[in-house]
Design a protein around this ligand. Structure first.
Ligand code: DAH
Length: 330
């Protein structure tokens, strides 16, 4: 009988232990056989034999269970070691994220003006009539309000149509001098190839003592800024109109697609409009109760910059979240 103890003990795998279990405890196993033989024994010996067989059976069972646990543990350990994963290895499919081209462009714009000591302000996306229009020299029923299709809320509040109200908020809460830019989202009721209901602008404002700011200062910084953004380009200023500046100008750069020769994108003019700017209108200073100051302001659309830098044709593609498109700008 001892041979079965030894067999159990010498087994090396769960598989061969299972064969032993069947041979010993199975329906046709040796224990079943021994119990069957008992029937032919003398009646006065039967009880004694049964007792011995049962003791033997339970001690063999203990041996078997203990061995099974040991073998299973060992096999699990071996499997875990064999299948261990090296977490420091790169997966061939890992994807790296990247900034959205609009955010990347915005960061570059902010970087330039921060290096020129302009503070970065954010303001509110939900604005009131005073900050978005009135204080910017756009009184009620002024025709220039039509330039901006506004989203209104019920209670006279609105989604800001430009970042210019951040000028007002900053002047209302700070004394001059001021040098600030305001990057952020703005909203208009517009949707086509070159317009989306939400887009981004950067507003700029500089205020100094009266007589210390001239159009030449404005022209210098914007030219320098545009060359920083677009590289080797020509810049020109065209007289224009904005209610909050007087005089006002629109700024063009030589077409980045055809180097100014004239193409479909610049409508054969060789020029692309990129900015609005001007000398702050005295009515704006009056609205915020500033006296004896002068200043310049400018505003630009970040998506337009991103589209010109990356040569993107359809503005809407920037907002569709198409990974295939966005991946090209990494
Ligand atoms: N707020 C103008 C717009 O949304 C942009 C602008 C033009 C801002 C001229 C200015 C400026 O500060 O001087 O179209």
């Amino acid at each position: 009988m001892k041979e079965w103890y030894d067999k159990i003990n010498n087994t090396r795998s769960v598989g061969s232990l299972e064969k032993i279990r069947i041979a010993v405890f199975g329906k046709k196993g040796i224990l079943a056989e021994k119990f069957a033989q008992m029937k032919t024994a003398k009646n006065d010996e039967k009880a004694q034999i049964a007792k011995e067989l049962n003791t033997y059976k339970s001690s063999l069972m203990n041996e078997y269970v203990a061995k099974k646990i040991t073998l299973q543990t060992l096999e699990l350990q071996a499997a875990m070691q064999a299948e261990s994963i090296d977490v420091s290895l790169h997966s061939s499919k890992s994807q790296t994220g990247a900034l959205h081209p609009v955010m990347e462009t915005m960061d570059r714009i902010v970087e330039y003006f921060a290096s020129m000591n302009f503070a970065v302000k954010t303001g509110n996306m939900i604005e009131d009539d005073f900050n978005n229009f009135e204080a910017l020299n756009l009184p009620k029923y002024h025709p220039a309000r039509d330039m901006q299709d506004t989203f209104y809320f019920k209670d006279e509040m609105l989604l800001r149509t430009h970042t210019s109200p951040v000028q007002i908020r900053t002047m209302m809460s700070t004394k001059p001098p001021i040098r600030m830019i305001a990057p952020g989202a703005v909203f208009r009721r517009d949707y086509d190839l070159t317009h989306t209901p939400m887009f981004h602008q950067v507003e700029g404002l500089l205020v100094e003592e009266e007589g210390k700011v001239s159009f030449a200062n404005l022209k210098y910084i914007l030219e320098d800024f545009l060359k920083y953004m677009f590289g080797d380009i020509e810049v020109r200023f065209r007289p224009s109109f904005f209610p909050f500046t007087e005089p006002s100008a629109e700024v063009d750069i030589s077409c980045v697609f055809c180097s100014g020769k004239g193409c479909r994108i610049c409508s054969k003019t060789g020029w692309l409009e990129v900015l609005g700017c001007g000398i702050v209108d005295q009515n704006v200073f009056e609205a915020v109760k500033y006296k004896n100051v002068s200043g310049y302001a400018f505003g630009l659309g970040v998506e337009r910059f991103a589209m010109l830098i990356h040569q993107i044709g359809d503005l809407r593609s920037l907002f569709e979240g198409d990974i295939k498109l966005l991946e090209q700008f990494q």
